[in-house]
Design a protein around this ligand. Sequence first.
Ligand SMILES: *[C@@H]1O[C@H](CO)[C@@H](O)[C@H](O)[C@H]1NC(C)=O
Ligand SMILES: *[C@@H]1O[C@H](CO)[C@@H](O)[C@H](O)[C@H]1NC(C)=O
Ligand SMILES: CC(=O)N[C@H]1CO[C@H](CO)[C@@H](O)[C@@H]1O
Length: 512
Amino acid sequence: MGAFLTAYTLILSPLVYISLWLLLQIYGWRLRSVNEAKRAEILEHLGHNREEKKRLVGFFHPYCNAGGGGERVLWTAIAAMQRTDPDVVSVVYSGDNDVRKENIIDKVKARFDIALDPTLLHFVFLDTRYYVEDSTWPRFTLVGQSIGSMFLAWEAMSKLIPDLYIDTMGYAFTFHVVSLLGRIPVGAYVHYPTISTDMLARIKSRKQWHTNTSAISSSAILSQGKLLYYRTFMYFYAFSLRTASFLMVNSSWTKDHVDAILKRSDPILDSVILLPLLLFTTSFNTNGAPEGARIVYPPCDTREIAAFPLEGRKRVILSVAQFRPEKDHAAQLHAFQLLLKEHPEYKSQSTNDVKLVLVGGSRNAGDESRVESLRKLAVELGIHEHVEFVVNAPYPTVLKWLSSASIGLSTMVDEHFGINVVEFMAAGVIPVAHASGGPLKDIIIPFNGERTGYHAATPEEFAGALQTALTLDSEEELTLRMRTRTWAVQRFSEEEFEKGWNASGWRTWLPQ
Ligand SMILES: *[C@@H]1O[C@H](CO)[C@@H](O)[C@H](O)[C@H]1NC(C)=O
Ligand SMILES: *[C@@H]1O[C@H](CO)[C@@H](O)[C@H](O)[C@H]1NC(C)=O
Ligand SMILES: CC(=O)N[C@H]1CO[C@H](CO)[C@@H](O)[C@@H]1O
């Protein structure tokens, strides 16, 4: 007990904090004082002479060579910056220290068709990426990875301090390290909140969910402990996000969550935690992102799809979705059955017949058995002769369906985004999607006050929307296809993305 009390008073002692704070200040000051030389050396290495005044924008993206959607955002942003701001050198902090700069640039060109100027791009390779790997933190993953990311950012700042730091992978906890050691402004592009208010609510209602273990959820005490863990984590996460000078998010869904987190208040934790924290934040900018996060949609590559002819489409209702449970393919079959029941003429083997085609990937045995039960369901509903399953088809086959179908069907509830719906639209396929999530808020919305597709929720509404889309007169139909394409291509274009970055105000945070 005595030892415990001593430890506790020690932790709370202002002296401990002040010494720690002093040490950090001295350390940060030392890092900053040797930074000028490092900077000059890098710029010289890139072929810029000393008279050119360059500014460095750092991108924290430890997995920059992964080739996914997050990387497309990163490289599109950097390419745009290189085009419009030749006095800015982009610095990418990457853990891919087994590859060379040229390899990464070549891969970006091959994968995304984005050409990067090597003279305006520098890589800082980090050796401690394992700190943020899942496998390093089998338990307490959230906290483990977050603390790990702080160490990774420490390595980053000890190697080079830029003029502005932008996190593009969702490591909000790194902001503190960067502000404290580098004394520079911080911004972020958030794809997905590290923890969401939904998660907290779910634990509160003590529902079991995907990271549960039966031992934890069966015990009330442990469940309370878990709630406290997530709540404290959320507290620190919100605290980190608020230190950012600007925040961008990739969709309405993410914006809703990030804004909710920014607005969240937790007076109890405030009184326990905030005071010591403030000591470390005196040098921070804490006025950040006052108006909340700004939506900047990631650019979608629609070039090939948007060249498909709009006329001469087959009477095909197309679904493009992995055979995962949440995609709710069964709802598609039920809606289609209703449609055929009300319009038996669509079953006739004439020019009038309508077909439902389900294109999708099957990743594992679970998906496979799902496809089997969907086939059975089609037989039970008596529509199997009008339904075709296209499982694990190569991409050219998917494109062939996109170029020939009339209507695109998507039934997933609360989909965060819905890239398949964007692809329907760019292809000129009239979308009919569930009235929720991204398709409702971000994608199928009026363009110049006119519709770009249909929403539905119940099987009856889906059948009704399909019927409406099938019976448009040919001029109306062509106009709708054209509008839906124009809208999708424009809204999710690189130009719109660049406008969003401009509007984030990143330039105003650079030293003049
Ligand atoms: C935003 O990022 C998340 C996580 O990577 C992704 O699931 C979602 O589809 C993205 N949204 C958009 C609009 O790309
Ligand atoms: C973004 O801003 C830069 C610099 O002001 C400008 O050159 C560029 O055209 C802008 N891009 C868009 C898409 O508005
Ligand atoms: C969603 C989920 O994985 N829930 C699991 C929670 O834990 C129980 C007991 O281990 C499982 O049966 C659930 O499937």
